[in-house]
Design a binder for this molecule. Sequence first.
Ligand code: HEM
Length: 456
Amino acid sequence: MWFITSSALLYTYFLSPLASLPNAGILAPVSRLLWEFPAEYRGRITLDLPKLHRALGPLIRIGPNQVSFYSLEIYKAVHGPISLFFKDSRVYSQFVQDGHPALFSITKVPALTEMMLRQIDKWINCLAILDAKGPLNLGLVCRALESDILSTFAFGDAIGGIDSLETGEELAIYVNFQDLTGLWHLAAALIFRFSGWELSSVISSQRFDNWANAQLVAMKDSEKGSGLSFLKVMAGARMPEQTALSEAKEMLGPGTDTTSATLAHILYALSLNQIFRADLVTDLEASDWPTDMSALEAIPRLVAAVKEGIRWTGAAAAMLPRIVPRGGQLLAGKHLPEGTMISSSPIWYLRDEIAFPNPELYRPSRWLDPGKNEATSLRDEYYIPFSRGASTCIGNHFAYLELFLSLSQVLKRYSIHPGDQSTVTGPSHEAVLPSRREWVAAVPVHRLKVTPRERH
Ligand code: HEM
């Protein structure tokens, strides 16, 4: 036993092909979990790793067979359109492979805009009622909107996020930490067996499952079934209906937390920068508050506000795991053997200090320079919030449409003011990225609050 353990340690620390790489922690060659857990638990792993990279170089060993990289050149090689690096299926669990094109072609139809506008309108009316109770907690209210939009898209019916805002109930969906949630449910089931004590989070998760099953039944009933939805498209594409159902459930995660965090951050930043907000309102008014995607895209200040919001929020913080293909690869002068798992977070590149000077500031003017020069080329190259290549985010256009519509419609009805005036230095105050924890998605440590006032 002693001999086996010491041979394994000798191999991993000194003889492994990754032994020449700097280690993220002393225990990294033994187990990723051992060194990572304290930082991961606090949501700090993607915040701390870029600092380590600055000190140790573009490649760092983060597990016996795992490497973190931080270099746009490597990113392009790994996530390029014809890259041989493939997704680590242990993490991705073969998410919706064949259905993408058919499904996302529906994002082109005006029906999607109409559906979004219906939810946005309801949400905007709800904000007036909530505001009477004090400044709005943006994280909560934006998540309610996005979960209703995404669930209508996925299932054909809203999950009740906006309704739950009025009652103050916890929304019955779990979108992050699938594995942790699974473990938690296992533990909760045991607690229930031995004590009879049922945990509220488990109840709401079960409620979500029941709700999703009911949507499937309604979909099959042509009388009650709603028009277009992800579930319908998938089930109609010869996919077993339970598979279609689980794909529709999975859709809610990547779509809801990312877009809602981005909208919340943009509204927070605009509340602090009254001059930019007023200019944006003037532009939207001059264009007669359009709702058509091409008209929205033609308003440079709106595009700048949203693009900068997506960059600044960096909502999708996860490091995206890829497997080194057959024969191994030479990266940054090091040979990585086939089968090594390598990963990097797209949001690290959104914080690059040369491509985006003062990256922690919300500065939409970065995007208002239409010229092609060294600075704008660098800026565009490093803007990879949706990742890139073959497995780029399929909700990219959906997210833009949703953000253009929700931001412009809320500004049409309200002027947005800071929930806390004390931090504001002047009418064109540039918001600093609120401190956060980063797991799969980024979560602000404190509540982002604004006070909306009706515009007349
Ligand atoms: C600001 C908003 C968003 C950002 C920043 C974002 C970012 C990302 C990123 C970085 C990935 C990972 C790509 C990879 O694994 O290589 C991803 C995957 C994905 N996104 Fe998005 N996304 C956003 C909105 C959306 C929306 C609105 C939807 C749905 C309508 C969506 C659906 C998906 C799906 C289905 C995946 C694939 C997940 C998987 O392979 O397991 N995303 N997104």
